[in-house]
Design a protein around this ligand. Structure first.
Ligand code: CO
Ligand code: CO
Length: 474
């Protein structure tokens, strides 16, 4: 953990340097230089493919660019978190996921990453040509958008958001693929989260508020539907009979990827998992410009509740959880205002051009509604909160730490510990009491029930819908 503190200090130094340089560099850096760099990079890449020796040369060149701003090449400070054993690294894209239920295996195919990952996202795509998501036209009434000149121009105006989403989504895919490789029954939940978050920092090349994790690694078990991540000292272990919702997010320039799948090893839950998987696929299909939120909820509910599941000799009708919803995502906002119900609702609100949505559905063997229960781990700072009324110095320091590191994104108590705020309980209490920070406690269905979840992120581009998080696994 001390390593991480040092890294943060370094990061802060870097950030300050960069802030100063930023304005000057942006003006001074001529296009010619950029072009030169680009061609150098391309050349180096091609050379690298041919001979390993020349890869070293490439790395040396990269070091010179260490302090470059933004998305440019930068020495990845998280690389040293991993001690790569060459025996464990292969070049195959394929990965067998068959010990997980309802999750697909990764297929062989073209890619430049290794398995497990040894390259960060900026190394993998030096030309910033992040993979395109799954594209869908808007169907009958709105199909004209795909070829409309004005909509195509509007599409270009939103390119920055789109590219950020694509980059974050590619990171998400690689991180979850890694998670699917190492997660096994018997592991402590806290170790799973720490390992995943380590890889997330490395792959995203996490840097201040530029890019990194957008909310804590949710790993809610069984009757807990959402908002559980272990607090420090929580030794809960993943059991072979658990139903675990792995819900984690990345962000690039604040554009949030929110994407989740359910981990189960026991086949008895297959129908429960299928219900939310198909529910989410239905929501993704129904989403579109002018689609009505209430109708999407109705479509999702119909699919989820067409399933039943037999667990230990008892048949359960599966229910969609009526008080959990999908949601719009925005810049530095995991929930940007609109909710997508997963049951029938009288809500005529329409989805609109340019919006980004996290479509998520929850299937349950319980009552089909959740309530707050258990130790709180997830928190978020209010957008317009100020520290003015704070009297307590520790609370003030914590306020600034949160504001600087997470802004309005969500965070957890474990991260406060890692950030050097070991005994934060009282200070955190102050921030909650002053309504600066809002707690998001675990959301649970009745005891003994099981809940599954799947989630994808999409963007309603002016011309077409792009689902950025779909991959071989789900
Ligand atoms: Co989520
Ligand atoms: Co979500």
């Amino acid at each position: 953990m001390e390593d991480k503190k040092e890294e943060k200090k370094e990061e802060k130094k870097e950030e300050k340097k960069e802030e100063k340089k930023e304005k000057e560099e942006k003006k001074k850096e001529s296009d010619e230089e950029d072009e030169e760099e680009d061609t150098k990079k391309r050349e180096n890449q091609e050379e690298g493919k041919k001979k390993k020796k020349k890869k070293k040369h490439h790395k040396k060149k990269k070091k010179k660019d260490e302090n470059k701003i933004g998305d440019g090449p930068r020495e990845n400070p998280y690389r040293e978190l991993f001690k790569w054993d060459p025996k464990e690294v292969n070049n195959s894209r394929a990965q067998d996921n068959s010990r997980f239920r309802v999750i697909g295996s990764w297929k062989e195919g073209e890619w430049s990453q290794t398995n497990f990952p040894t390259k960060d996202i900026d190394e993998l795509f030096p030309n910033k040509d992040w993979p395109v998501g799954v594209l869908c036209d808007y169907g009958a009434d709105n199909i004209w958008r795909a070829t409309d000149k004005k909509k195509q121009e509007l599409d270009k105006l939103q390119e920055f958001d789109l590219l950020s989403l694509r980059k974050g989504a590619e990171c998400h895919k690689q991180i979850r693929k890694y998670a699917q490789r190492f997660i096994k029954p018997g592991m402590k939940m806290i170790d799973i989260c720490i390992e995943l978050e380590k890889m997330l920092k490395f792959i995203t090349n996490a840097h201040g508020l530029d890019c990194g994790q957008s909310f804590p690694t949710g790993c809610s078990l069984n009757d807990v539907a959402a908002h559980y991540t272990p607090n420090p000292g929580d030794d809960t272990v993943l059991n072979a009979d658990d139903v675990c919702k792995l819900d984690f997010g990345t962000h690039v320039n604040g554009f949030v990827i929110d994407c989740a799948f359910t981990i189960a090893f026991n086949p008895i839950y297959d129908n429960l998992l299928m219900a939310s998987k198909e529910g989410t696929n239905t929501g993704v299909k129904l989403a579109g410009i002018d689609a009505r939120l209430g109708e999407i909820g109705e479509g999702i509910q119909e699919v989820i509740e067409s399933y039943e599941v037999e667990i230990k000799g008892k048949t359960h009708k599966i229910k969609a959880i009526k008080n959990l919803c999908g949601h719009t995502v925005g810049q530095y906002k995991v929930h940007a205002g609109k909710s997508v119900p997963i049951v029938k609702k009288n809500d005529d609100t329409k989805m609109e051009e340019g919006e980004m949505y996290a479509i998520e559905t929850f299937a349950s063997t319980g009552k089909g509604s959740v309530f707050d229960n258990g130790d709180c781990s997830h928190y978020m700072m209010e957008e317009y909160a100020t520290p003015d009324k704070l009297r307590n110095d520790k609370a003030k320091a914590l306020y600034h730490h949160i504001k600087n590191n997470y802004s309005t994104l969500a965070w957890c108590r474990r991260w406060l510990d890692e950030g050097g705020f070991k005994n934060h309980s009282l200070a955190l209490r102050h921030l909650i009491d002053h309504e600066i920070v809002t707690p998001y406690p675990p959301l649970c269905d009745v005891e003994g029930s099981y809940v599954s979840q799947f989630e994808h992120t999409l963007i309603l581009r002016p011309t077409m819908k792009e689902v950025v998080t779909i991959a071989d696994d789900y």
